[in-house]
Design a binder for this molecule. Structure first.
Ligand SMILES: *Cc1c(COP(=O)(O)O)cnc(C)c1O
Length: 221
């Protein structure tokens, strides 16, 4: 019997070699993570600090852990020793804290700036004015142990695909404009947008990194 291609291998094929797939494993047990790891997946995303540090201690060292949730400043210290990329930077205060913990751990930490693009009030992220203000601050006081390598955004949770497309398009546009800015710790290369329900739209609007949970691991309760 010829085995069916898995969702994972189909998705990898579909997105091609230039887009990073972050497998969002929040709430899922370590054996499900290992199953995907054995197929070659290395980038995994988690939302909760406690859950992330527990899993990190149990799983292989070469996993690249992406923190994709809302990060509180008092919790940065727990993930600073090992985190590969923090997607949700939405204030200078948080960025400074990441820098401080990176110094303590004698490393540099890669981050993305989260931009508010959805209609819902509840989604976190910077608006254009806040982004501009943050970059002005960075020019005055460079934080040399963080590297801002891109932007992240979450579109509205909506059936209206044109609305979702407009929001991703807006983010890509903003990303393009800020790509011309080069500071010692600021060089935009990654655009993290797209989840299980909207990754196809995100890819067609220029995403370089998609965060996929339920499509790979099944729905969460
Ligand atoms: C949970 C989560 C995802 C993955 O969502 P799915 O719809 O399960 O693919 C992506 N990004 C963020 C920020 C999340 O919190």
């Amino acid at each position: 019997m010829i085995s069916e291609p898995t969702i994972y291998s189909t998705l990898k094929q579909e997105i091609g070699p230039d887009v990073t797939l972050v497998a969002v494993s929040k709430t899922k047990p370590t054996d499900q993570i290992l199953e995907l790891y054995e197929k070659g997946q290395r980038a995994f995303g988690e939302n909760y600090v406690q859950e992330l540090i527990e899993k990190q201690a149990l799983l292989p060292d070469d996993i690249q852990w992406h923190f994709i949730g809302h990060l509180q400043t008092n919790k940065v210290k727990y993930i600073a020793p090992f985190v590969h990329l923090i997607h949700g930077i939405d204030s200078l205060k948080l960025l400074k804290e990441v820098n401080k913990e990176a110094v303590k751990n004698k490393r540099s930490i890669n981050v993305l700036l989260q931009i508010h693009i959805a209609q819902e009030e509840t989604k976190f992220g910077l608006n254009e004015q806040e982004l501009e203000a943050l970059i002005t601050e960075l020019q005055e006081q460079p934080l040399l142990h963080v590297k801002i390598i891109g932007m992240m955004g979450m579109a509205s949770f909506s059936e209206d695909t044109e609305q979702v497309r407009r929001e991703f398009h807006y983010l890509k546009d903003l990303f393009n404009r800020y790509q011309s800015i080069h500071l010692p710790n600021f060089e935009l290369k990654q655009l993290s947008m797209g989840m299980s329900s909207d990754y196809k739209i995100a890819l067609s609007e220029g995403s370089t990194m998609i965060r996929i949970g339920s499509l790979l691991f099944g729905s969460r309760s």
